[in-house]
Design a binder for this molecule. Structure first.
Ligand code: SAM
Length: 203
């Protein structure tokens, strides 16, 4: 956690949640020994668990409060969903790879995160049945902001954190909604796997 602090992560709720969740439990045995490196690691299907700094950065930027409803696009290993649940959020998460989702669900159950609600599918369309969301966290790189997601942000101060750019590298954006107004702030650069879907990249 000291490494994260040194890189500007100061939200104690984020640091506490991450410190309390065993990241090795979200990895295959082959990679478990590397769980506490600050790097993205393979989780199958050509996908990765985000590096701890990225998880901390996106979570801190969303400035979430306990009890808020958050939608994560890209469940992957389930680690980010666990961090959000540990912070007292009502978590909804979508993953396009069914096998990854099944593995993530098992891990979350085993670790006691029974309230995370998840489904397989194209997250670029969001989850209209549960909208609006106080926060939306996109964990894959998009060519542009999916309109379906902006529509599902809470008009009363909803926030979305999303990497936007090319297939190889992106800039992080924080988007805030007030009524029908959207304000976007460009943050720092990252490199995510692509967001694939109807309002993302084609395969
Ligand atoms: N949050 C994850 C974790 O904690 O392990 C890491 C996510 S990984 C960097 C990005 C994930 O987004 C991949 O598992 C990928 O399959 C998924 N993904 C890509 N496009 C998607 C889409 N349209 N809908 C849902 N998931 C998507």
């Amino acid at each position: 956690m000291e490494d994260l602090r040194a890189r500007g992560i100061s939200d104690e709720r984020v640091l506490d949640a991450m410190a309390s969740i065993p990241r090795e439990r979200f990895l295959d045995r082959t990679f478990a020994a590397r769980a506490y490196e600050d790097s993205a690691l393979p989780i199958g299907e050509g996908q990765t668990i985000s590096q701890p700094y990225t998880v901390a950065y996106q979570t801190q930027a969303l400035d979430v409060k306990p009890g808020e409803k958050v939608l994560e696009i890209g469940t992957g290993s389930g680690y980010q969903a666990a961090v959000l649940a540990k912070m007292g959020l009502r978590v909804y998460t979508i993953e396009r790879h069914v096998d990854l989702l099944e593995a993530a669900r098992k891990r979350l159950e085993l670790l006691g995160f029974h309230r995370v609600i998840s489904r397989a599918g194209d997250g670029t369309r969001g989850w209209p049945e549960y909208a609006p969301f106080d926060a939306i966290l996109v964990t894959a790189g998009a060519p542009d902001v999916p309109e379906s997601l902006t529509k599902q942000l809470n008009p009363n101060g909803g926030r979305m954190i999303i990497p936007i750019g090319g297939r190889q590298s992106q800039k992080m954006y924080l988007i805030r909604r007030t009524g029908d107004e959207f304000a976007g702030e460009e943050l720092i650069g990252f490199a995510f796997v692509p967001l694939i879907g109807a309002e993302g990249w084609t395969i």
